[in-house]
Design a protein around this ligand. Sequence first.
Ligand code: ADP
Length: 447
Amino acid sequence: MFNRILIANRGEIALRVMRACKELGIQTVAVFSEADRGAHYLSMADEAFCIGPAQASESYLRVDRIISAAEVGNVDAIHPGYGFLSENYLFAEQCRAANIEFIGPPHDAMHALGDKVAARRIARKAKVPTVPGSEGLVESEEEAVRVAKEIGYPVLIKATAGGGGKGIRPAMDEKMLRVELKAAANEAEKAFKNGGVYIEKFVQKPRHVEVQLIGDQHGNVLHLWERDCTMQRKHQKLIEESPAPNLPQKIREQLCEAAVRLAKTAGYYNAGTCEFIVDQENNFYFIEVNARIQVEHPVTEQVTGIDLIKSQILVAAGEKLPMKQREIGQYGHAIEVRINAEDPDNGFRGCPGTITKLRVPGGFGVRFDSHVHEGYKITPYYDSMIGKLIVHKQDRAEAIKTTKRALDEFVVEGIKTSIPMARRILDTTVFNEGTGDTKYVERELLK
Ligand code: ADP
């Protein structure tokens, strides 16, 4: 087992990893930018190094500085959290080359799955259904037009290197496709330094259902069932839950088995998520693998009772997974609400400022994963997410009631947050009946 782990991240996930390490008796080394200097969560670490100025490109994304901190801090492993360098296979490779274990998948699997077109190929090899679309990258306008005609409009143009909801453009007809194709390739080249795009059928009114996976280095890959993340705004998840409502048990099992097959085909280990969209007839299609721990991992922890961060650390240290597939159940129902510092009256833009007053909810079944506190200053440099409310109850109806009660208990002053928006979603018939689709919030609540 590791003695000391460096956490190459910030905020709530850095704190989440520190907590897991404390329970495992592992020391931690934190890194921070000048903007995060003095944050309370840093005092939980055994040692902390400043790795540069506020801009992520000069601190949390600086591989050289993080590896130097790891060497000076004398750690045997690095946990990347989510975002920043977590899906950068070159970072994983460099950590391992420096004899520091990267707590994540093997870098070749990360490399292959990080490219969406390559990931689609692996899925097809594993006999996992993919969204109908181009075989590989579309090389010309004429090819794009031909593929779109075959699968039927509307279609989506997607950047093969895309992520975080960026690099996806719809085309409703041939004329639009011709225009958008060029724009999409240019945008992808700028954003991801890779202009490769492909085409997928635009599935109407889909739900987003994903499968949590964990694999060890001895060939065992297990699924921890699914999460429904259908409530989104601009491809960004707002509320996640497990189990997925209204999903027939047979489909749930097929989805989970497909995800395990895909991971095994890719030679994957550690934690990962296989994302699918599910159409109105419950047909499911693979869309991508997130080769890291995800923001919404706590809902899975609550219903399965398995600590995913500890599991990541154990398998990275070479240990065998201690459980069998048949021992992993879904108990009760869990809901997570992302709390973002953002202003709904200003296009949901990030809302930096100081939290002048903070009271967080508690009580039976309520968990709040967050690094913020009264007096905490939110800077404009990073993601606007400041915490996650996770509720676990015996069934979905109870979980919804408790989530509403918990959201009502929050007192946050000094900044605007996404709490009122989440509260509105929880009141809708569509959410309560579990009949939403990924565009529901934008179409019905933000019109
Ligand atoms: P990213 O890597 O940027 O997260 P994804 O490929 O995972 O991109 O897609 C993000 C979201 O876009 C999905 O959760 C889903 O809501 C929507 N989406 C993706 N592909 C399709 C599709 N073919 N049809 C309809 N919606 C889609």
